[in-house]
Structures are given as C-alpha cells and as structure tokens.
Design a protein around this ligand. Structure first.
Ligand code: ADP
Ligand code: MG
Length: 465
C-alpha cells in the first residue's frame, strides 16, 4: 500500500500596525520594558470596549487579494473562550464562521481562509514561578489556513517561505520566525487519515524536519497494523523528534459566539478594489520579469527576489549600467552585488552603506572594458563601501599615491630582471605570461604600490635590451 502524505498548514503572522487590534496601546515588538504598552481594553478589564483597528483589516484584505482569495462582503468577530494566564479576558477575539478572506491559492495549494484575531501575552518562566508580559496581548494576528493539499515536507517549508516573502513585500508583517512574528503549525496525515497537529516549529528547517519525522512515524505505525491517534505533538528540536502534547480527548471546546461589542460589518468600506490597485509587484511577478529583462541565472534571480532591498538596488544600478554600456552585462553586475558587496557588508544593511548604485555600475563598466582587473575591482569595492566615491576618482587617487618615481622603479626592475634570468629568457622565447610574472614580482617588492603603467613600460624596456 502506498502512503501519500497529506498536509495542511495553519500559519499565524503578527501584523505591522501602529497600535493594537482593539485599542490604542502601541504595537511595538521591540519594547523591552514588560507591561508598558497596555490599557484597560487589552488587559480585559470589565466594561472596557474594543474598537477595530482599520489598518489591520486592510492588511489582511491586501494579503487576501495578493493570494487570489475572496474578500468576504460581510465579516464579523467572535469570542473564542478558554482559560490561560496569558489571556486576561478569558477569551480571545477571533473570527469563526465569517472570516475576512475565503479561499485563494499559493504555489498550487488551495487556501481555506484568512482571518484576523488578537495575540496573547507572553509568559516568562522564572524558576518556580511564571511572569506575564501583556505588551504582545491584543496585537493584531492574522491566521491563514490551507486545505490539506501539500504532499511533502519540502513543499510545506517552501509554502511557508513564499508566504513570508509575500507578507514582507506587502509590508504587512516583518514575518520574522525567530522573533515569533510568524508561527507555523502543520497538520500531518497519510492518505487523509487521522491527522496529527505539529506545534513548536520555529524555523522552515524545523518545519521540514518535523514533518519528515512525523510522516515516517505514522507510516511505521500503519505498516505495523497500528493506528495513528489524533493528537497534538510538539517538535523537540534537541532530540529531533515529535512528542505527544495533547490527545483529542483533551481538546478544547471553545464555545465560540459572536462578539457582542463588535457588530458584523461590510468590508466595502475598506475599498478592496482600491487596495487591489495599490498592491506592489509580488515575488512571482518579479521572478518572471527579472529573468526576462536582465537575462540572469535562476539562482541570481532567486537571491534578488528574496531580498527586496538588493532587488531595487540592482535595478537602479542596472539602469545606470545600461546608460554607460550598450552591451549590458547584468549578470556581472548581479554577481558583484550578490557575492562581493553582500559578503563585504556582512550584517550591515545595504541602505546604510556608502556605495551608491551609479558607482557600482561604473565599476562593472570599468571591469567590462578591462580598464581594471577583477582583483583591483574587489579592492576598490571595499573602499567604495567606506566612502561615497566614484571608482574613477579612486583610481586617480591611487595613481597619485602609487610610486611613479622612475628612478626608484628602475632600480627594482633591474633587481628583478637579474634575479629571474629564466623568466627573462622565457619571455624572449615568446612566452608572454612571463611579462605578467615579472610585473607581479616587481609589484610584490613594491608592496603593490608601483604605478602599473610605468612599471610595465620599464620592464618592457629592460626586456628589449
Ligand atoms: P480541526 O477541526 O481539527 O481544526 P480543520 O478541518 O479545521 O481541523 O483543519 C485544520 C487544518 O488541518 C487545515 O489546515 C486542514 O487543511 C488540515 N487538515 C484537515 N484534515 C486533515 C487531514 N486528514 N490530514 C492533514 N491535514 C488535515
Ligand atoms: Mg480548526
């Protein structure tokens, strides 16, 4: 019997808004002081009334539109009741039967719904006791649920990555997994049998590993004639396995009912058609356009698309390069940007560097015209990241700084010619590389400070003697 994986995902993302979902406390994920951004509404004090954050609604509508979902004409909020110390009201305001977005599709996986709810506080465990911080309590949280269309662990991780990229393109969430802005849960079964819900997945890598482990575990059970029990399992990163957390019998009955303080409302007031027209270019469209417009390698396209700051920088530099060079070499430009510049920047964001796109384009132009060597280009690039300078200016400065004193250079050339008779003889026999060897030797002795043009001239003179 063949066991076909059937996987459905539930993904939460904290939305980027100035204030929280139902009150005007600040939504600031970087706030270090515990319980600073709180008020009677998000602390669930009796009589406090929620009001809807319109920006959060618009964000979810943007996501729905980007993913081809249907914006529900009428939507509403519901109370999801359960007790936990990070939930001061004893219920979470969520959406039950009339979510903001219905359907949609991403990478061939059908979406069931996207709805909006509020995040909980965070528990900080300190020895025997636990502390609670409500800064995150009430922060707008989007939940996206897929149909069980995913058929492999890799595909599950790919889906998560692509969604993360789209959320960032739309500017609706930082979607940082490490900071908990984006949280993944996977429902895993074989042939749509009994499903196991996987939690505590903190990276795309963990998603792949956890689902892979779980699929194997389930297959082994079934092959041994045993049953998979319906439960929630957590991913144990240290031991690389899933462990049972909660069985179906312990499942909650949330007693959903409509939030009485927030009546149903029409989404028309948020003008979805207008929001649709305002959507930015999305990753898939950018991939297609970059491949076509710049004739780049697939890997370069992927790197650029996954780092929007580099993509727009690349486009600026490319348009400069186009003005300078008729036969454009975009992949050379992409290479310098994606390997050299990226490597030299390290953790520093591109926008904080001194390198401007026009200068980078100019460097690639000089390289393409063989005005500079690739070794020189790398050295110059390092300088260009430090100060806002055109490569031509750097070249001029260097030639001033370089030793151009003919007497001094002649002395070194004389020494080298004398010390390496073999290279001199080879050159005279027609071995052209020997010239490069001699220049290299002389440069070495000059600690790279010799004026290359004068040096070459002097060596040629010495060789013709
Ligand atoms: P529940 O009622 O247990 O919450 P839902 O029907 O609401 O289950 O589905 C929750 C998630 O589980 C969705 O992402 C859905 O695609 C997925 N799912 C549902 N049934 C299965 C199954 N048999 N195998 C894998 N995933 C499933
Ligand atoms: Mg459910």
């Amino acid at each position: 019997m063949e066991y076909k994986p059937t996987i459905g995902l539930e993904i939460h993302a904290e939305l980027k808004t100035r204030t929280k979902m139902f009150c005007d406390s600040l939504n600031d994920a970087d706030e270090k002081k515990a319980n600073k951004n709180v008020c009677p509404v998000c602390l669930g004090q009796p009589g406090a009334l929620p009001t809807i954050n319109k920006e959060a609604i618009k964000h979810v509508i943007r996501v729905g539109l980007a993913l081809g979902g249907k914006i529900n004409p009428v939507t509403k909020f519901d109370r999801k009741n359960y007790f936990y110390p990070d939930l001061p009201k004893g219920y979470q305001i969520s959406q039950y039967d009339q979510p903001l977005v219905i359907g949609g599709n991403l990478l061939g996986v059908r979406l069931r719904r996207i709805h909006l709810e509020e995040d909980t506080g965070t528990l900080v465990h300190a020895g025997e006791s636990s502390l609670v911080d409500f800064n995150r309590g009430g922060v707008p949280l989007m939940e996206l649920v897929t149909e069980p269309d995913i058929t492999s662990a890799e595909q599950a991780a790919e889906f998560g990555k692509e969604l993360q990229l789209i959320l960032r393109y739309l500017g609706v969430s930082d979607a940082d997994m490490e900071k908990g802005h984006m949280r993944l849960e996977a429902n895993v079964s074989l042939n749509m049998g009994t499903k196991v819900e996987l939690k505590n997945i903190n990276s795309f890598r963990a998603m792949k590993d956890a689902v892979t482990y779980e699929l194997a575990r389930q297959e082994e059970l079934l092959r041994a004639g045993k049953k998979v029990s319906q439960e929630t399992r957590g991913w144990d990163e240290a031991n690389q396995k899933t462990v049972s957390q909660r069985s179906k019998e312990e499942a909650h009955d949330y007693r959903y009912f409509p939030e009485p303080d927030l009546p149903p409302f029409s989404t028309e007031i948020f003008e979805p058609e207008f929001l649709a027209r305002e959507l930015p270019e999305l990753p898939q469209a950018k991939r297609t356009r970059f491949a076509k417009e710049y004739d780049l390698e697939a890997k370069q396209v992927e790197l650029l698309v996954s780092e929007p700051a580099f993509a727009s920088y690349f486009e600026e530099a490319a348009s400069e390069l186009k003005a300078q060079l008729p036969a454009t070499r975009y992949s050379l430009l992409a290479n310098y940007l994606l390997s050299d510049v990226r490597g030299m920047l390290g953790e520093q964001p591109l926008k904080d560097s001194k390198l401007n796109p026009e200068h980078l384009a100019h460097l690639v132009f000089l390289l393409n015209q063989s005005k500079i060597t690739s070794r020189q280009a790398k050295d110059m690039l390092a300088k260009m990241l430090e100060k806002d300078a055109d490569p031509e200016t750097i070249l001029k400065d260097e030639s001033q700084y370089a030793i151009s004193d003919t007497g001094e250079l002649e002395k070194i050339v004389g020494e080298i010619v004398e010390e390496t008779p073999q290279a001199v003889a080879d050159y005279k026999k027609g071995k052209a590389q020997s010239l490069q060897f001699l220049i290299g030797k002389a440069m070495g002795r000059l600690k790279g400070r010799g004026n290359p043009e004068i040096l070459k001239k002097l060596i040629l003179e010495a060789l013709s003697k």
